[in-house]
Design a protein around this ligand. Structure first.
Ligand SMILES: *[C@@H]1O[C@H](CO)[C@@H](O)[C@H](O)[C@H]1NC(C)=O
Ligand SMILES: *[C@@H]1O[C@H](CO)[C@@H](O)[C@H](O)[C@H]1NC(C)=O
Ligand SMILES: *[C@@H]1O[C@H](CO)[C@@H](O)[C@H](O)[C@H]1NC(C)=O
Length: 214
């Protein structure tokens, strides 16, 4: 019994550890105006990122949009812990209101997970982009259970290297989120042939899921 209790406490702590900022997600985060989704598709490299829980889990992150008959899908691939090439497929939810065009959501489906956790939806807001060079994307998740939130920011580039001018523009939206650009982590896109290649969907590592309370 004690063992089970300890295991439970450990797993709850590790889940809660992701949520480090007090209160709910920031309201009214300014997003890209007159966002054109069609110009935002295709492939992006993550050159830098920011994660409020400070976790550094992967390199070689690439985002690739695929359009199929059933919708638009996001393929997030990366190298986890320098060893495993993995990917996650999410479905894009297109906002119905034109003024919300940049407030995208992506949802991930895990058929084998417990029922409450099968579909997970996350915001995927485009804060800035010029479509041809850079994009800044943001997600935030709130855990009502502990009243804290988690933020992740992607600095994306059409090329493996982000030029200085584009980087300046890409990090501009960070000030509205009170994120110091010094805390951005550089993604290493140079060693992307890891030992293991996993050809099945894995957990998305850039989002954090709060324990649901019902
Ligand atoms: C996702 O992208 C990775 C890297 O490009 C690729 O290896 C993988 O096959 C893709 N997965 C799907 C289902 O398209
Ligand atoms: C990412 O790459 C950097 C630089 O090569 C390395 O120091 C770091 O350990 C890598 N991180 C992971 C999670 O593989
Ligand atoms: C995105 O998710 C939020 C919160 O679940 C929801 O309020 C909003 O309507 C969703 N937007 C789309 C386009 O599905």
């Amino acid at each position: 019994m004690l063992k089970i209790l300890i295991l439970f406490v450990l797993s709850v702590c590790s889940v809660f550890g992701y949520f480090t900022l007090p209160g709910d997600c920031p309201k009214n985060v300014p997003v890209k105006e007159e966002f054109r989704l069609a110009s935002f598709l295709e492939k992006w490299y993550q050159t830098h990122y920011y994660s409020t829980d400070g976790q550094k889990l992967n390199n070689c992150s690439v985002i690739q949009w695929e359009t199929t008959r059933t919708g638009i899908y996001l393929n997030q691939s990366r190298v986890d812990r320098g060893l495993f090439h993995r990917y996650t497929i999410g479905k894009l939810e297109i906002p119905p209101r034109i003024e919300d065009a940049a407030r995208l959501n992506v949802s991930f489906t895990f058929p084998d997970a417990p029922r409450r956790l099968t579909v997970r939806r996350y915001p995927f807001y485009v804060l800035a982009t010029n479509y041809n060079y850079y994009a800044t994307v943001y997600t935030c998740e709130y855990s009502p259970l502990i009243d804290k939130h988690f933020i992740y920011v992607w600095i994306l580039s059409r090329h493996q290297i982000l030029n200085d001018v584009s980087k300046e523009l890409a990090i501009k939206p960070l000030s509205a989120l009170r994120i110091d650009p010094k805390n951005l982590v550089k993604d290493d896109l140079s060693k992307c042939s890891p030992k293991y290649f996993e050809d099945m969907q894995a957990e998305p590592m850039t989002f954090r899921y709060p324990v649901p309370i019902h």
